[in-house]
Design a protein around this ligand. Structure first.
Ligand SMILES: [Zn+2]
Length: 256
């Protein structure tokens, strides 16, 4: 039974990942997320339900549209797989609980924001802003409201400060307001002081990959490198480390 529940958690995540793919594709284009049903981006042919089964259909179709044979981006498969694995991990940590639901929401929004920011250099407020509120509500229920509030204010405030100072020095936008709201949301979920390592890991990962990009292409990138995916990565890593550290201490008989 336990095994079946774990499989179910993974499949639920893959299905949510399939929905996140729709959000990532449609939200920046201004298409409704609910209607119409999924269609091929190349030939616009509606996708039949059995062609829309998470993970399975991609393999079954050989990564090509059944109608026009144009390749379907591997991104769809990867997002479904990652979301499935995230849900499986969260289920092993929390079983079916309030924490599971809130963290599943948190990771799902971060995945959607990362995909959109990577492709469009844009973080929709409609994703990040409710996330700030939901993070605060979660910690209010958990009895850890103050660290959550300080985490949100510190994270959002720090990025706003960098944005303002950068604007003065470089006379252009170094960071968007979207990054400010995203960091506030991550702060609301990971809380203070964990928002500090989250930003640090995000900045480090962004710098390393940015430098690797410039070296490998031997040119400076004209469009700014989106910071959202790296901030999101920092937030996810800190949550996972936090859970593992709490478990380690519990194993040693110390309750944090
Ligand atoms: Zn097609």
């Amino acid at each position: 039974m336990n095994f079946v529940l774990h499989v179910f958690a993974f499949l639920l995540g893959a299905a949510i990942g399939s929905f996140l793919n729709v959000v990532m594709y449609r939200l920046p284009e201004g298409i409704s997320i609910i209607k119409p049903n999924s269609f091929c981006p190349a030939c616009k042919k509606p996708i039949i339900w059995y062609e829309n089964i998470p993970l399975v259909s991609y393999v079954f179709l050989g990564g090509k549209c059944s109608n026009c044979k144009k390749p379907i981006s591997i991104r769809y498969f990867i997002v479904e797989l990652i979301t499935g694995l995230v849900f499986l991990y969260l289920f092993t940590q929390f079983k079916l609980s309030l924490s599971f639901l809130f963290y599943a929401y948190f990771f799902s929004v971060l995945i959607a924001i990362s995909g959109i920011d990577f492709a469009h250099q844009l973080i929709p407020d409609v994703l990040s802003m409710p996330g700030i509120l939901i993070g605060l509500i979660f910690h209010l229920i958990q009895g850890s409201f103050l660290p959550s509030l300080i985490g949100a204010a510190f994270g959002g405030g720090l990025i706003l400060l960098i944005r303002t100072l950068g604007g003065w020095v470089y006379k252009k936008e170094v960071m968007g307001l979207g990054d400010v709201y995203l960091t506030a949301m991550i702060g609301a979920f990971v809380g203070f002081p964990f928002i500090i390592p989250a930003i640090f890991i995000g900045a480090l990962a962004g710098a390393v990959l940015g430098i690797a990009y410039v070296i490998s292409t031997r040119q400076s990138r004209e469009s700014p490198i989106p910071f959202g995916p790296f901030l999101s990565l920092g937030g996810m890593i800190v949550i996972i480390l936090e859970l593992q550290i709490i478990q380690l201490f519990a194993f040693l008989g110390v309750n944090l």
